[in-house]
Design a protein around this ligand. Structure first.
Ligand SMILES: [Zn+2]
Length: 246
């Protein structure tokens, strides 16, 4: 007699469900993991095995389970292939990821960030769809991350009472700007740069709240807040061609 209990574990951004079959010790001496032809993950567990041991066993074999499930999906529904869009390299927060495209009507618009890859789900693989989904995702992440960094950095600057209003705009020539009224405009492509580059741009613009031009006062403020800013700016400049697509 066996009892099925449904569980779940995470692998990267993937959630993988599995059922546990409790077996009498004489039938199962150790934890065994099966990926069935229909994609169900079944874990045979001796009665005396602890929950911790079960979790450890599936985690240990997570990569294998995930690759088996990919193979199952491709076999079950060849009309929904996992098309690798040339394995294009993408940047996010200064790290490189490989683009994977998943054609899946139920998940279209979904973007998942996993180990070394960014998976984009589209309803159909027509030209431009993947780029549109990615752009939306980058922009949303940019809004969240930039606002959070702004809120974290602003309190350290004595001339900033509250984080200034911020808007996103794709600009070809600049990372950010600060209006005379104190509103920041930031390039959403900054989300592709590393955190220190993002912080540099934010601190640069926050210094403009006190000194509008790139004069001696501005540089005094910037040097005081971020003494290593020249090194970081060099990195950002070197990336600019890749970060801001033409
Ligand atoms: Zn400036």
């Amino acid at each position: 007699m066996s009892t099925a209990v449904l569980r779940e574990f995470r692998y990267g951004d993937e959630r993988i469900a599995f059922s546990v079959r409790l077996r009498p010790a004489r039938k199962a001496q150790r934890i065994a993991i099966h990926v069935e032809p229909d994609g169900r993950v079944v874990v045979d567990v001796p009665h005396e095995a602890s929950e911790t041991a079960v979790q450890a066993a599936v985690r240990q074999r997570a990569r294998w389970i995930s690759s088996q499930l990919t193979a199952v999906r491709e076999r079950i529904d060849p009309a929904r292939p996992r098309a690798h869009a040339g394995g294009e390299s993408l940047l996010y927060l200064g790290r490189r990821y490989r683009l994977e495209v998943l054609v899946d009507e139920d998940r279209k618009g979904d973007v998942r960030l996993g180990r070394g890859r960014i998976e984009v789900a589209v309803g159909s693989n027509e030209p431009g769809r993947v780029r549109a989904v990615l752009d939306t995702w980058y922009r949303r992440r940019a809004g969240e991350v930039l606002a959070a960094r702004l809120a974290a950095l602003a309190p350290a600057l004595h001339w900033v009472r509250t984080p200034p209003p911020m808007q996103l705009r794709v600009m070809k020539q600049r990372w950010g700007s600060c209006s005379p009224a104190g509103r920041l405009t930031l390039n959403p492509n900054l989300i592709k740069a590393s955190r220190e580059c993002i912080d540099y741009v934010l601190i640069h613009e926050l210094c403009h709240l006190q000194a509008h031009h790139h004069g001696p006062l501005f540089h005094r403020l910037l040097d005081a807040q971020m003494p290593e800013w020249r090194r970081i700016k060099q990195k950002l400049d070197a990336w600019a061609d890749e970060l801001i697509p033409s």
